[in-house]
Ligand binder design. Structure first.
Ligand code: NAD
Length: 472
């Protein structure tokens, strides 16, 4: 009896969405909050099976994640497909579902597709029999919390729903560290007695490991806008430095030297000032396009255009990188072999969404090149999926026949006309290029991440281009 009461007293959290945010975030909450039972649910059966399977093969790769899942899984962290059941018993429900860009209808290509969020809200409304706090963890446009509240009102039982915005700021590749030691935790709620109480309950979860001075509380709108604005600022820095890299390429300036000089100013700071082939990832582009759309919606055309330029420069940077490869191969890449080193959108993740490698490879294939891909973490299946998605039936099979895969750098690079580095994996920084050059007639490296030192490699490499430094 006593044991039963003890079990019933345990606080129940449910998280809908077992992806890059839901999985790691809930694992870290479980680790730090032994008094809570956390059930992460997803409609994707394969994903849940893999969360419950071999600890070395979790569906998401993040340094430190498997160790935490190993410690907490089936103790106070559970993964399940029983969405309705988990909703029923939870007091707090996090929504960490995807919020992609709309592919059709009003706002197509710009606005956020809220259908996954709305489906969750409907499911919560249908299955709730007690008071609940719904936490909007997904990144969503301003007003989404209000929209969730409206849907929840379709539940006619005498129960109370409080919707809270608690956007996630983790960066893939460093997710566990970001979650354990966040710069801040943002919690937005309605400025009412119930709203404040709900904000406090969510803050209490984080207080288990985050100090109070890092917990920022705001109203709902400010919280939703702050997440979009943070991503817009980060991406804007990348596009700003990339725009200057173009000027460096046509003059004698060196972008690394320029970045260092700019970043030494404490008002500016040195983070996110590395020039590259362009940013990727599932968030920056879609969140900025969402911001652009919102500004347009409110008739703020100048503001909208200001932010749109961040995405446009990113595309320009990728195209420019491809053009420079082609120019350096005598303007003809038909049937030439180009080795792609790195498919993930950044190091230390297996996520490939919006990766620069996809756009660059697609363009190279369209110009007639053959490509061979090596990435230490991304599977062949993921790469094929990305290519198919990008070509969308435009003779996909013809292009797929021109892609090969390799499980090591040396064989990937053999007989290559150009080696394009598209992810900054650490192992690419220490490649022995003298070994690689023995298997190529002329070694040409296009360093899209500026990870190599041109001085160090110049004796083994015939041609080297990077981003924002014309000198070799
Ligand atoms: N990935 C990041 O680095 C990051 C960082 C901060 C914020 N975000 C935001 O967090 C949200 C989730 O991103 P993610 O990268 O984890 O996405 P994801 O695609 O990896 O995961 C989302 C999961 O939600 C599941 N899902 C969708 N609808 C569902 C439903 N009705 N019921 C149950 N499960 C459902 C999907 O099957 C999927 O597994 C997005 O809004 C994103 O913008 C992402």
């Amino acid at each position: 009896m006593v044991i039963k009461e003890k079990i019933e007293k345990r606080k129940q959290i449910c998280c809908i969405g077992a992806g890059y945010v839901g999985g790691p975030t809930m694992a870290v909450i479980a680790l730090n909050c032994p008094d809570y039972d956390i059930t992460v649910v997803d409609i994707n059966k394969k994903r849940i099976k893999s969360w419950n399977g071999d600890i070395e093969k979790l569906p998401i790769y993040e340094p430190g994640l498997s160790e935490i899942v190993h410690k907490t899984r089936n103790k106070n962290l559970f993964f399940s497909n029983q969405v309705d059941q988990a909703i029923k018993k939870a007091e707090i429900i996090f929504m960490a579902v995807n919020t992609p860009t709309k592919q059709e209808g009003e706002g197509k290509g710009m606005a956020t597709d809220l259908s996954f969020v709305e489906d969750c809200a409907k499911r919560i409304a249908m299955n709730s029999e007690s008071n609940k706090i719904i936490v909007e963890k997904s990144t969503a446009p301003l007003g989404t919390a209000m929209r969730i509240s409206e849907i929840l009102q379709t539940n006619k039982m005498p129960i109370n729903f409080e919707v809270i915005s608690n956007p996630e700021f983790l960066a893939e590749g460093t997710a566990i560290n970001d979650l354990q030691y966040p710069d801040r935790v943002l919690i937005g709620g309605e400025e009412t007695k119930n709203g404040n109480r709900a904000v406090e309950k969510i803050a209490d979860i984080y207080r288990n490991w985050v100090s109070d001075d890092k917990i920022i509380t705001t109203n709902l709108w400010s919280s939703e806008l702050s997440k979009l604005a943070s991503n817009a600022f980060l991406a804007q820095r990348i596009s700003s430095i990339n725009s200057l890299s173009v000027l460096c390429d046509v003059t004698g300036a060196n972008i690394k030297q320029v970045s260092r000089a700019i970043g030494a100013d404490s008002r500016i700071g040195d983070k996110f000032l590395e020039a590259s082939v362009g940013f990727g990832g599932s968030c920056f582009k879609k969140d900025i396009l969402n911001l652009v759309y919102l500004c347009k919606f409110y008739g703020l055309d100048e503001v909208s255009e200001y932010w749109h330029q961040v995405v446009k420069i990113n595309l320009y940077q990728k195209n420019r990188f491809v053009s420079r490869i082609i120019e350096n191969l005598d303007n003809n890449i038909r049937n030439k072999k180009i080795t792609i080193l790195g498919w993930a959108f950044k190091k230390n993740t297996n996520d490939t969404r919006e990766s620069a490698a996809i756009d660059v490879s697609t363009r190279l294939l369209k110009k007639g090149a053959k490509i061979t891909v090596y990435d230490p973490m991304v599977s062949k299946e993921s790469i094929i999926y990305d290519i198919k998605e990008n070509f969308k039936d435009q003779m996909t099979s013809k292009f797929l026949s021109k892609i090969k895969f390799s499980d090591n750098i040396l064989s990937a690079a053999k007989d290559s006309d150009c080696i394009a580095i598209l992810t900054e994996w650490d192992e690419f920084k220490s490649i022995d290029w003298s070994k690689v050059s023995k298997n190529t007639s002329s070694l040409f490296i296009a360093d899209g991440r500026n990870i190599l030192d041109s001085e160090q490699i110049k004796n083994s490499v015939d041609k080297y281009i990077s981003v924002g430094n014309s000198k070799f």
